[in-house]
Design a binder for this molecule. Structure first.
Ligand SMILES: Cc1cc2nc3c(=O)[nH]c(=O)nc-3n(C[C@H](O)[C@H](O)[C@H](O)COP(=O)(O)OP(=O)(O)OC[C@H]3O[C@@H](n4cnc5c(N)ncnc54)[C@H](O)[C@@H]3O)c2cc1C
Length: 407
């Protein structure tokens, strides 16, 4: 069985090793000068490879049945065993799995060593053309032509183009008849309309974030996440915002107006906060409005909240009406901002969209071109922050490679 892997990233390298160990003759075609460049960027250079919490809600895409089937057939335990077989041991940091050395380069090294030791052919700097005829595949590069029984397309998305993931894999899939769900940035920051962000930039605060699609009449909740939000000069960022961004970028692309609501004190119900603030008004009656939130929220954020409900910063706290306290409570619990844009593909960590899951089987074989398989981010699957995207790259690669060898 001769198998071609197009794209030498996380999924391509894994697929190549699994296929070779299953007895296939394997070649990797990579258009960059070297394989695995993106891996070095992952997890801030530490490579968050997986997670102990593999609940399906951490994965998003066209078909949760296919995602579940893939994660069942090639589980995180299989990934751990795979990496250990390469000599890579994992470290568990509160459920987030990293290489024990906490070096992304170690992950790339063990994959590269296995590829070398198994004698897998690696063609770099190749600009390939792929065609299929009567169940056989032909890959042409400038000056050479190769025949294969199976092809696994592992070209990634169009995120971090300088790593080689330039969207050309979508063109290859499309030329073979596949539909591409429009790729959009995911795991990225959101740009907001309000001009007060410069005054609160740099603040990091644990918050609940809700994203709504909204018009004058009603708001529809798209998603909700808890975690540390980063307030920036242009809007909101941080892990909860990253995790919700795929919903915002898709809705913005469809022309919706998007509102984000931040709850800065999510662990205390609104009624209790109101009682607490009423009491605080008595206890801190000599403070100015500007000083009211000191000790509770970061000072610039407290000032911003007071300004948003039109209080005069120099007034005494004792002068605040019950209505003003109500408004402050609402603003603390529902700090609403409007999203005008998002980080682009060079800021994002993954893309949502990709090859339509309706057109692949649970074993990731094309329903349009038998013998063609897909793995990794090229598929319409995106995961949350926390190792879910590399887990998807590994699980999908193992599933596709095993199936390609056995079919
Ligand atoms: C800054 C950053 C940090 C990240 N951190 C994490 C993290 O900590 N944990 C996590 O789970 N995920 C993380 N991710 C996401 C994760 O890196 C990707 O989801 C994963 O690498 C996807 O693997 P892949 O094999 O599908 O694609 P890629 O890793 O992008 O590999 C695709 C390969 O195919 C090659 N290629 C593309 N087109 C062609 C073509 N036409 N011909 C030949 N070769 C081609 C590319 O050059 C590339 O080598 C991060 C991403 C970024 C950008």
């Amino acid at each position: 069985m001769k198998i071609a892997i197009i794209g030498g990233g996380a999924s391509g390298m894994t697929a190549a090793i699994v296929a070779k160990r299953s007895g296939a003759e394997v070649s990797i075609f990579e258009h960059m000068h070297r394989i695995g460049k993106k891996l070095l960027l992952t997890g801030n250079g530490k490579c968050n490879i997986s997670n102990t919490d593999m609940d399906i809600r951490h994965f998003h895409g066209g078909s949760s049945d296919i995602i579940s089937a893939v994660l069942d057939s090639s589980s995180p335990a299989d990934t751990k065993a795979f990496y250990e077989s390469l000599g890579l041991f994992l470290r568990d940091r509160n459920g987030y799995l990293y290489p024990y050395s906490e070096q992304a380069s170690a992950v790339l090294d063990v994959l590269r060593f296995a590829i070398r030791d198994l004698g897998i052919d690696v063609y770099t700097d190749t600009d390939i053309k792929l065609s299929e005829n009567a169940g056989r595949f032909v890959i042409s590069t400038s000056g050479s032509r190769f025949d294969f029984d199976r092809v696994i397309l592992c070209c990634g998305s169009c995120v971090a183009r300088n790593t080689g993931s330039d969207g050309s894999g979508y063109d290859i899939a499309q030329k073979l008849g596949h539909t591409i769900i429009k790729p959009l940035p995911a795991l990225t920051h959101l740009l907001c309309e309000e001009d007060f962000f410069t005054s609160i930039a740099g603040i990091r605060i644990n918050s609940n974030v809700r994203i709504y699609s909204t018009d004058n009449e009603k708001s529809t909740l798209l998603g909700e996440e808890y975690g540390q939000v980063q307030l920036t000069k242009t809007g909101i960022s941080g892990i909860p915002v990253f995790n919700l961004s795929y919903l915002a970028t898709r809705s913005l692309d469809e022309g919706d107006r998007i509102k984000a609501e931040l709850d800065f004190i999510p662990d205390i119900p609104a009624d209790d906060i109101r009682d607490f603030m009423m009491k605080r008004r008595e206890e801190l009656s000599d403070r100015t409005v500007e000083e009211f939130f000191i000790g509770l929220l970061p000072k610039p954020l407290g000032i911003c909240i007071c300004k948003r409900v039109h209080l005069s910063l120099g007034d005494k706290v004792s002068s605040m009406s019950d209505g003003a306290i109500e408004s402050l409570c609402r603003m603390v619990k529902n700090f609403d901002v409007y999203v005008r844009g998002h980080g682009d593909f060079d800021w994002a960590q993954v893309a949502s969209g990709g090859v339509d899951l309706k057109e692949v089987t649970e074993k990731l074989e094309s329903r349009i071109v038998p013998g063609l398989y897909f793995a990794g981010e090229i598929l319409d699957v995106n995961g949350d922050c926390g190792g879910y995207n590399l887990q998807w790259a590994a699980s999908s690669a193992m599933t596709a490679a095993r199936e390609a060898c056995s079919a």
